[in-house]
Design a protein around this ligand. Structure first.
Ligand code: TRP
Ligand code: ZN
Length: 316
C-alpha cells in the first residue's frame, strides 16, 4: 500500500507532529522540508505475499514444512537465491552442520558502498518441523527479499554497503546466525554498522513491537511508525530469542521489528491496535496452521515498508 509522498516526506523530516497540527497544510509542511537524497520506496504488499505463496507451495510439496535439514528448507533458499541472482546480487551460501544435518545461510551483497560500514538486514528462513512457517518466518524472509529487490529496482547506491541474510536453523537455537557471526574476522564484525532483524512481522492479531536495542536504529523504526500514525511498543516477548542475539553479543548495533508470538494481546493493546484482547498475537505459532491464512496484511505491509525505510535511512 502506498504512503503518500507528502506523509513520507513529513515523516522523514520528523514533522509528523507538525503534520497533525496543521491538518490541511500537509503539502506545505512537506515542501518546506529538506529534500532527501533518496526516499525509501513503498514495498508492494502483493509482491511480499507472492513470496509467501511460493514458500507455502514449497512447504506443501515437501511434507508440510521448511525445517532445517529437510528438503523444504533448501528449496526455500534456492527460491530466494534465484531472485537475488537475477537482480544483480552477489550471493553466498554458507554451509554448516546442526543436529547431524546440513544447514545453510544465504548472504546477498549489493555491489558497492563503503566496505567499512556495512548495513545488514536479516531473517531466519527455516520453519519448525510442525508447520510451513509462513508468519514464522516466511514473513520476515519475504519482506527482506522484497526490500533487496527494491534496492535493485531503484539501483540504489548508498554510501554504506548493503548486505541481506537469510539464516538457517534459527529454530534449533539461532544456529545459522551464530555460525555466521563466529566465523567473521574480528575486523569484519566491527565493520557492521547495523544488523536489522525481522522475525514474525505479519502476526494475525498483531502488535507493533520495536526492539529496544541500539538507540539510533530504534529511533529510525519509531520515526517511520510515527509518520504513519501507528503507535509502537518495545519488544518484550523474549529478548535474545532471534538472530539479532549473536550480533548483539559480538558488539554489533542491532534492532528489529516483531508483531508478537504466543503471548496474549492485552485490552490496552487491542484498544490502540485493534484485534482481539485475550488472544495470542499468533495462535498458530509453531503450528501446522501457520499458513498463508495466518497473516495480517496490514501488519505485513507496514512492517515491510518500515524495513525498507530503515535500510534506506541507515545506509545513505
Ligand atoms: N522465532 C522466535 C522463536 O521461535 C520467535 C520469537 C519469540 C521472537 N519471541 C521473539 C522473535 C522476540 C523476535 C523477538 O523463539
Ligand atoms: Zn520460531
Amino acid at each position: 500500500m502506498k504512503l503518500s509522498v507528502s506523509a513520507r516526506a513529513a515523516a522523514a523530516a520528523g514533522m509528523a507532529t507538525a503534520m497533525l497540527l496543521t491538518g490541511g497544510a500537509v503539502a506545505d509542511a512537506a515542501s518546506s522540508a529538506p529534500s532527501r537524497a533518496a526516499a525509501a520506496p513503498d514495498i508492494p504488499l502483493a509482491s511480499v505475499k507472492a513470496h509467501l505463496s511460493q514458500l507455502q507451495s514449497i512447504a506443501t510439496a515437501n511434507g508440510g514444512n521448511r525445517a532445517h535439514g529437510r528438503a523444504g528448507y533448501k528449496a526455500s533458499l534456492d527460491y530466494i537465491k534465484a531472485r537475488l541472482d537475477a537482480a544483480g546480487y552477489t550471493t553466498t551460501v554458507q554451509q554448516f552442520t546442526a543436529s547431524g544435518r546440513t544447514g545453510y545461510n544465504l548472504i546477498a551483497d549489493w555491489p558497492g558502498g563503503d566496505a567499512n560500514q556495512v548495513v545488514m538486514a536479516g531473517s531466519h528462513l527455516d520453519s519448525v518441523a510442525s508447520g510451513p512457517g509462513i508468519n514464522d518466518n516466511g514473513s520476515g524472509s519475504s519482506a527482506v527479499l522484497e526490500t533487496a529487490l527494491a534496492v535493485s529496482r531503484a539501483q540504489y547506491r548508498p554510501t554504506k554497503h548493503l548486505r541481506f541474510a537469510w539464516w538457517g536453523a534459527e529454530e534449533l537455537g539461532l544456529v545459522g546466525s551464530r555460525y555466521y557471526v563466529n566465523r567473521l574476522a574480528t575486523g569484519d564484525r566491527s565493520r557492521i554498522s547495523a544488523y536489522l532483524n525481522f522475525d514474525m512481522i505479519g502476526s494475525p492479531n498483531p502488535g507493533y513491537f520495536v526492539y529496544d536495542d541500539d538507540p539510533a536504529i530504534e529511533k529510525t523504526f519509531k520515526d517511520y511508525f510515527t509518520g504513519i500514525g501507528v503507535p509502537t511498543e518495545i519488544e518484550t516477548e523474549g529478548d535474545g530469542r532471534s538472530d539479532h542475539a549473536p550480533f548483539k553479543s559480538a558488539g554489533v548495533p542491532v534492532g528489529g521489528l516483531f508483531t508478537g508470538a504466543s503471548r496474549a494481546k492485552t485490552a490496552a493493546q487491542a484498544a490502540k491496535w485493534g484485534g482481539t484482547a485475550g488472544q495470542a498475537f499468533d495462535r498458530c505459532y509453531h503450528s501446522s496452521c501457520d499458513t498463508t491464512a495466518n497473516i495480517n496484511d496490514t501488519a505485513l505491509n507496514r512492517n515491510s515498508d518500515a524495513l525498507a525505510y530503515a535500510v534506506w535511512e541507515l545506509s545513505e
